[in-house]
Design a protein around this ligand. Sequence first.
Ligand SMILES: *[C@@H]1O[C@H](CO)[C@@H](O)[C@H](O)[C@H]1NC(C)=O
Ligand SMILES: *[C@@H]1O[C@H](CO)[C@@H](O)[C@H](O)[C@H]1NC(C)=O
Ligand SMILES: *[C@@H]1O[C@H](CO)[C@@H](O)[C@H](O)[C@H]1NC(C)=O
Ligand SMILES: *[C@@H]1O[C@H](CO)[C@@H](O)[C@H](O)[C@H]1NC(C)=O
Ligand SMILES: *[C@@H]1O[C@H](CO)[C@@H](O)[C@H](O)[C@H]1NC(C)=O
Ligand SMILES: *[C@@H]1O[C@H](CO)[C@@H](O)[C@H](O)[C@H]1NC(C)=O
Ligand SMILES: *[C@@H]1O[C@H](CO)[C@@H](O)[C@H](O)[C@H]1NC(C)=O
Ligand SMILES: *[C@@H]1O[C@H](CO)[C@@H](O)[C@H](O)[C@H]1NC(C)=O
Ligand SMILES: [Cu+2]
Length: 612
Amino acid sequence: MMLRIVTLLIDLLLLAQLALAGKTHEFNFTTGWVARNPDGVKERKMIGFNGEWPIPEIHINKGDRLIVRLTNGFDDLPTSLHFHGFFHRQADENMNQMDGPPMVTQCPIMPGDTYVYNFTVVNQVGTYWIHSHSGAQYTDGMRTALIVHDEDEPFEYDEEKVIQIGDHYHKPYYEIMDEFLSRYNPTGAEPIPQNILFNNTVNASLSFKPDTVYLLRFINVGNFISQYLYMEDHDFTIVEVDGIYTRPNTTSLLYLAPGQRMSVLVRSHSHANKNYALMQIMDETMLDAVPPNLILNRTNHIIYNEDAPRASEYYIDSFSAVTNDFFLTPLAGKELLSDYDYQISLDVKMDNLGDGKNYAFFNNITYVAPKVPTLITALSAPEKLAKNPAIYGENVNAFVLEHGEVIEVVVNNYDDGRHPFHLHGHNFQIVQKSDAFDEDDAEPVPYNEMAPLMPYPDIPMQRDTVVLEPNGHIVLRFVADNPGIWFFHCHVDWHLEQGLAAVFVEAPLLLREKEVLSQSFKDVCSTGNYTLSGNAAGHDDDWLNLAGLPRQPKPLPDGFTLKGYIAFAVSCIVGIWGILTIVQYGLSESLQNDLDMYQNLKKLLDDTSGER
Ligand SMILES: *[C@@H]1O[C@H](CO)[C@@H](O)[C@H](O)[C@H]1NC(C)=O
Ligand SMILES: *[C@@H]1O[C@H](CO)[C@@H](O)[C@H](O)[C@H]1NC(C)=O
Ligand SMILES: *[C@@H]1O[C@H](CO)[C@@H](O)[C@H](O)[C@H]1NC(C)=O
Ligand SMILES: *[C@@H]1O[C@H](CO)[C@@H](O)[C@H](O)[C@H]1NC(C)=O
Ligand SMILES: *[C@@H]1O[C@H](CO)[C@@H](O)[C@H](O)[C@H]1NC(C)=O
Ligand SMILES: *[C@@H]1O[C@H](CO)[C@@H](O)[C@H](O)[C@H]1NC(C)=O
Ligand SMILES: *[C@@H]1O[C@H](CO)[C@@H](O)[C@H](O)[C@H]1NC(C)=O
Ligand SMILES: *[C@@H]1O[C@H](CO)[C@@H](O)[C@H](O)[C@H]1NC(C)=O
Ligand SMILES: [Cu+2]
């Protein structure tokens, strides 16, 4: 007995010490629109905090507490904030409610209301970022870097620079979304950005001193397009990827998809009197069509000597030397999780539903937010039902994970687009990662457990965002050691809006023991009229009654394919306007790639239907 009390006291002392060790960083942020001209081409409104944009970077140390009071300063939009890459796992309690995605782990923050994000960063270091998880708000600037410094960094450098890269649109996200998720865009062609930014500007320069080692932390904070990065006459030594230290790997060419981070060491030249180019180039294969006026690359400037001319753009022959993250090795050397206890297999498809809009699917289900945040459902359900996927609603793609299981997630791409998949609350081992199958008429190549395409790595790479290649597959493994409701989704924000998401309900019974909802959480739900108890359809009398559950639209009628739909839409117009010849000409071209055709079709439909 005595001994137990003594150990308990020692534990308490240790806990108190831990709590004292960290500093608290407090921020009060109010969202709002601010006029800016990031690319020098067009002034537009961006989403800033406290009237400021770009939003200042946040730097903290391992073990510190972060308190962000996020006030919704919009007139008419809900909001929320995600701490990308954080596990929210604390020694004594769970902090799933700090993760950010609305209707998954919290209620949306309504205009005028404030939600308090408050958690310590335990055992995580490196390069992270924060961004809105509502609508596509981060596309419009509601994002910034969050760096967790580590006293025991396993590499040395003289200076650090954080660089956010991303795509940039001239219209606000909600206007783009209306046009994108519309029956007038039946192929689901993604909105084409007008530009790419380098740390929220263009033609940027970084000053370099001779004989200096720089740590450059790159973060792709964009919505859609991945980017290549390379520097004239300098190499990059990769040392960290998504918060995971890696064995140093030297390369000349990086690739970052939205959500991904890479930190590299760059040693500057000794006798440098000239300046060099740091290039960023769009992965144009992600675009359905490349408009002639689109600038696919940007030259940024490494300045050794202010008096010397700036470098002009620097060409490379091909992108084939790009670092493949599958072959990187985490420094910690965690071995392959041998075999799995539970396998989740997800087939990615894009297709139209009966409303003519183009959606994205996992296993034929497109994510439709429930009426009650999934975390609330997990915490409020009768204990015997908390593990029943039915109560979470069929349109959230809920998978219930048992505590301690090795989970294998197989994602097969039946689409010819690239999709960077991001898992909240964990990082995962990349066990398989196929190449792209993107030649004309390529067939999807799903994962075949009996004949994997590559040898399983002994020490697989770990990260939190990984690119699924066109028609290819990825296989990921992680241990379900972090009770919570964790979103798994494509980080192309347009694709998330199309429904490319699933929800992992991890160890709900343990979660209920360790997650205590804050007053702020409850207040925000109350302002939005969200219940604190209920299944996905809002019922807490009969938990298996899902009447009124938000569901995906009905499929297109049988035999109604995309082509059929377009032909149908077109023939209606033809009937009305008798412009058969123009339309036939249009149809004889490849529909998929003919933007003009779409513009015309859209205009015709706009003109003929009074609905819009
Ligand atoms: C942030 O807001 C809280 C609550 O309104 C207030 O107590 C605190 O002083 C504010 N902090 C800063 C840094 O403005
Ligand atoms: C960036 O550089 C390009 C090419 O030199 C130039 O046309 C453009 O005006 C510059 N934009 C800004 C905002 O400096
Ligand atoms: C943040 O959380 C800590 C630990 O639960 C608590 O002591 C503190 O009062 C909280 N701060 C705010 C502003 O909610
Ligand atoms: C990038 O932008 C942030 C925020 O405006 C700024 O604090 C930082 O110094 C910039 N980084 C570089 C490398 O210029
Ligand atoms: C950059 O893009 C332009 C077209 O937008 C192209 O003419 C030029 O060759 C590209 N430069 C590099 C370095 O790829
Ligand atoms: C560096 O990465 C490449 C693939 O991008 C891989 O082939 C090589 O083995 C790696 N080298 C080391 C030392 O990790
Ligand atoms: C999706 O629907 C198709 C066609 O109805 C069917 O063949 C396929 O098995 C379904 N896939 C899954 C994973 O349910
Ligand atoms: C919540 O309900 C109240 C009373 O019915 C209503 O006045 C308010 O507009 C509702 N709020 C929201 C966000 O729907
Ligand atoms: Cu995607």
